[in-house]
Design a protein around this ligand. Structure first.
Ligand code: ADE
Ligand code: ZN
Length: 332
């Protein structure tokens, strides 16, 4: 099986988190910004803990200023995704970085991102959708502004609302107002839960925020009632194994619960989160799952079918994706 070429669906990719270091360094040079502190000698992003990761991430975002920067970023990340066989990707885009939550500015950033997505679709055949994302450690007030941006621009392209950031700051329920607003606008809902937080964080995400997907969600492995609840409520996990291992949540992939969760019957999907930060790609993730857990074409087909069922795009798009997944993930 030529892993890189096989079609893949990705549901969990942070727009800024997918920026290659070389892309950020290029922008820094163009804008005369000194970002040398966030890179290692070999050019990789430099951080060791999750909090350092968030600081490095936010420092890199300093050079993403104009809508044009986000247009270029979108082209660059979709090119990389398409190279790795991704045919459909849902990307977390944050108004906090695109105009600071101002709706008029947000519309300009969004137009620049969407026009890049149109080009990538035409040139590379990859479909992108946006999940407007608030940042938990920036607090509920800014989250409300992000939710207004999301609700006002809901469309065929903007299909979801989500929350990233530090899961250990505040509680999921603090963001209920924003998630309710997004739900009323018809958007799909997801939040980072069960990455760093435990059962309570996941329960609030499901009960208070009414999400149908959990960003990561892997900590439910420690609570059998939650595993059953996730199955009964058909909650889908956006699992990012390489990210979890890189950030030290699990010591190595063989100790990661993705295979157990799948075998328990939970709807599991695979994504990269922030690929250049964690030195990964979708191809790398799939190859590692094949090597460590013996996943084969049948399992990868299920993983991608799960992703299509949980995707926030319309049914017509889902049928097109299903057709490709079902025909191309076959044993040779
Ligand atoms: N933003 C980007 N990557 C993230 C992660 N893994 N967890 C929470 N917020 C994030
Ligand atoms: Zn994430």
């Amino acid at each position: 099986m030529i892993m890189r070429k096989l079609p893949k669906i990705e549901l969990h990719l942070h727009h800024e988190g997918a920026a290659p270091p070389s892309f950020i360094q290029q922008l820094a040079a163009e804008k005369n910004v000194d970002l040398s502190g966030i890179f290692k000698a070999n050019g990789d992003y430099s951080f060791s803990t999750f909090n350092e990761f968030l600081s490095t991430y936010e420092a890199a975002c300093q050079v993403l200023k104009e809508p044009e920067d986000f247009h270029r970023l979108t082209l660059s990340i979709l090119e990389k995704s398409a190279e790795n066989g991704v045919i459909y990707t849902e990307v977390f885009i944050s108004p906090d970085f695109c105009g600071g939550g101002d709706l008029t500015a947000w519309r300009e950033y969004l137009a620049a991102i969407e026009s890049a997505a149109d080009i990538a679709k035409k040139d590379l055949g990859i479909e992108m959708r946006g999940i407007v994302t608030c940042i938990r450690h920036n607090g509920p007030t800014l989250a409300k502004r992000a939710a207004i941006c999301a609700a006002e621009t809901a469309s065929k392209f903007v299909v979801g609302f989500g929350m990233g950031g530090d899961e250990l700051v505040g509680s999921q329920a603090d963001f209920k107002f924003s998630f309710d607003m997004a739900e009323e606008a018809g958007l799909g809902l997801t939040t980072h839960a069960g990455e760093w937080g435990g059962a309570e964080s996941v329960r609030q995400a499901i009960q208070d925020l009414s999400v149908t997907r959990l960003g990561h969600g892997v900590q439910i492995i420690n609570d059998s009632n939650l595993v059953t609840e996730a199955m009964d409520k058909k909650i889908t996990l956006e699992v990012c194994p390489g990210s979890n291992v890189f950030l030290g949540i699990f010591e190595k992939l063989s100790l990661h619960p993705i295979d157990s969760l799948l075998n328990s019957g939970v709807s599991v999907t695979v994504s990269t989160d922030d690929p250049p930060f964690f030195n990964t790609t979708m191809t790398t993730e799939y190859n590692n799952l094949k090597d460590v857990f013996g996943w084969d074409e049948d399992i990868f087909k299920v993983i991608n079918q799960n992703a299509i069922h949980a995707a926030f795009c319309d049914e017509k798009q889902k049928l097109i994706l299903l057709e490709r997944i079902n025909t191309e993930w076959t044993k040779t």
